[in-house]
Ligand binder design. Structure first.
Ligand code: FES
Length: 196
């Protein structure tokens, strides 16, 4: 069930952004902007969407509330209950699973003493298992808020959590220092590119 909360409305800054999203679509097709508007509202509302927010977006886009609920309940990028300050989304789909997602889950559960779907008592971390995050080439992968942490193992996962616990900012991207998704031993193709 989606929880209720008092009134919600966009901040003036987000209202400008919302209207920019809407202006990308032809007149009368404002409903097409429902996804970015929900995401904007979620960020403003502390990382989750409650009934007041969903109804506000429905009104804002002149669409029925049920249509907004359908979108919000379909995609895992929308949270329908409060999440911790650091929302850890752990990919468990095949490439990440083959590359050790289970041990990453173990590292998180051991370090934070929570299970899938739970939030730490201090409200700092929530763990959610999700399907493919679209970074399979650097599996296994977790997304924490808007950052991706890739090429993980148990040790690097625990280190990242430790830094977040200390309010430090861990480096995102490959934890094996790969350049994007290039081979760890350096480039194998196009190596003469740019040579005369
Ligand atoms: S399977 Fe994990 S990012 Fe695609």
């Amino acid at each position: 069930m989606i929880e209720t909360k008092e009134k919600f409305e966009f901040s003036s800054k987000n209202q400008i952004k919302a209207d920019q999203y809407i202006s990308r679509y032809p007149a009368g097709k404002q409903q097409s902007a429902v996804m970015p508007l929900l995401y904007l509202a979620q960020n403003q509302n502390g990382g989750w969407l409650n009934q007041a927010v969903l109804e506000y977006i429905a009104d804002y886009l002149s669409m029925s509330a049920i249509k907004v609920y359908e979108v919000a309940t379909f995609y895992t990028m929308y949270n329908l209950k409060p999440v911790g300050k650091h929302h850890i989304q752990l990919c468990r789909t095949t490439p990440c699973w083959l590359r050790g997602a289970n041990s990453i889950a173990e590292a998180i559960c051991e370090k934070l003493s929570i299970k899938h779907g739970e939030t730490t008592p201090d409200g700092k971390f929530t763990l959610t298992e999700v399907e493919c995050l679209g970074a399979c080439v650097n599996a296994p992968v977790v997304q924490i808020n808007n950052d991706f942490y890739e090429d993980l193992d148990k040790k690097s996962m625990k280190k990242i959590l430790e830094l977040l616990q200390e309010n430090s900012t861990p480096s995102s991207g490959s934890q094996k220092q790969r350049h994007t998704s290039a081979p760890q031993s350096g480039p194998k193709t196009l190596i003469t590119l740019g040579e005369k």
